[in-house]
Design a protein around this ligand. Structure first.
Ligand code: APR
Length: 309
């Protein structure tokens, strides 16, 4: 393949991302992890599936960063996953240290790469990667909104018994309980869901979306969601590598957009070969603005913890 994507953290999310990238023949994949043998073993296992899955993507596993040099995209999934009862805040010091340690060598060896951050707590980890890499803001992007929107879409499709392909949803704000699903901009075959569902049902779907990560953690008991997070990261990679210019909700560093400054938060962005090519500013009602501000306050609180840790 003529593109290279490095995935740092070969755990559940990282390995699933590697599998999907290879099976879609989007790029060669370098898997990196701190645990000896794991990235090598998973890369080899995926390579051995290639003849059956019919792809020619090359997969390499390593415990060091040399193989990642010259990557087009680096996806950071390294970290400790959330355990039952653990808040995103609890995760912050552990994962901030890990994200810093992995971003440094990866960014140095691939100075032109686009960083996609998956590690949680997402908005704060984006900040760590942004500061550590020194990359411009168009090349540091957080994966959250695509996942939250996919969850909302899945619940809308289940509720109305329609194809998921007919659904479209927008979820903005921080990746957590204060996320801001926007029913006015969420549609089924172009029809806003506010015309198809009662307010009560929409509120129930929104509540389930807000708690989507915790619902999976509660079921799995050990570890957190990984199939949908991996799919979401791969959709972002595809839009960038193919320069599709999809508009997707992603965590972006804001400098005045939506009246917010100096923080990463989920907003609609256009993703193309340059990373974030535009931050799309949609009009919000007063209630939606207030919800976004509340979400931004929660993100700022987590970010403040970061500088204390
Ligand atoms: N360098 C490289 N890899 C590391 C490091 C490090 N310093 N520290 C941890 N890792 C690796 C672990 O060895 C593990 O293989 O990161 C991987 C994380 O994988 P999992 O524990 O399976 O977690 P996963 O479900 O993949 O989630 C990863 O994404 O969705 C978020 O909240 C989730 O922050 C978590 C991240």
């Amino acid at each position: 393949m003529d593109k290279k994507v490095s995935v740092i953290g070969a755990g559940n999310v990282g390995a699933t991302v590697a599998q999907r990238l290879a099976e879609k023949e989007l790029c060669d994949v370098v898997l990196i992890d701190i645990v000896e043998g794991v990235p090598q073993g998973k890369a080899l296992d995926l390579s051995e599936a290639a003849p059956i899955e019919k792809h020619d993507a090359h997969l390499t596993g390593s415990n060091t960063y040399e193989a990642s040099a010259g990557s087009d995209i680096i996806i950071i999934t390294a970290g400790i996953p959330r355990k039952p009862g653990m808040s995103r805040g609890d995760l912050i010091s552990a994962n901030a240290g890990i994200v810093k340690t992995v971003t440094q060598p990866a960014a140095e060896l691939s100075p032109k790469a686009i960083l996609i951050i998956v590690s949680n707590p997402l908005d704060a980890m984006c900040h760590v990667a942004y500061e550590t890499s020194g990359f411009p803001r168009n090349r540091v992007i957080g994966m959250a909104g695509v996942l939250d929107s996919a969850r909302f879409r899945a619940f809308i499709a289940m509720e109305l018994n329609v194809s998921v392909e007919n659904t479209h949803a927008f979820v903005l704000g921080g990746h957590g309980k204060t996320m801001v699903p926007l029913p006015r901009y969420s549609t089924v075959a172009g029809i806003p869901i506010i015309e198809l569902l009662s307010k009560e049902r929409i509120d129930a779907l929104i509540d389930r979306t807000r708690k989507g990560g915790a619902e999976i953690v509660g079921l799995l008991k050990t570890g957190s969601a990984f199939y949908a997070p991996a799919s979401a990261a791969v959709e972002m990679v595809e839009s960038i590598l193919k320069d599709k210019k999809k508009i997707l909700p992603c965590a972006a560093y804001l400098e005045g957009e939506y009246g917010l400054n100096d923080l990463f938060i989920g907003v609609p962005v256009k993703l193309g070969k340059n990373g974030i090519e535009e931050i799309v500013q949609i009009s919000l009602t007063d209630d939606e603005k207030e919800a976004l501000q509340k979400s931004a306050d929660a993100v700022a609180e987590l970010k403040a913890l970061l500088f204390k840790s």
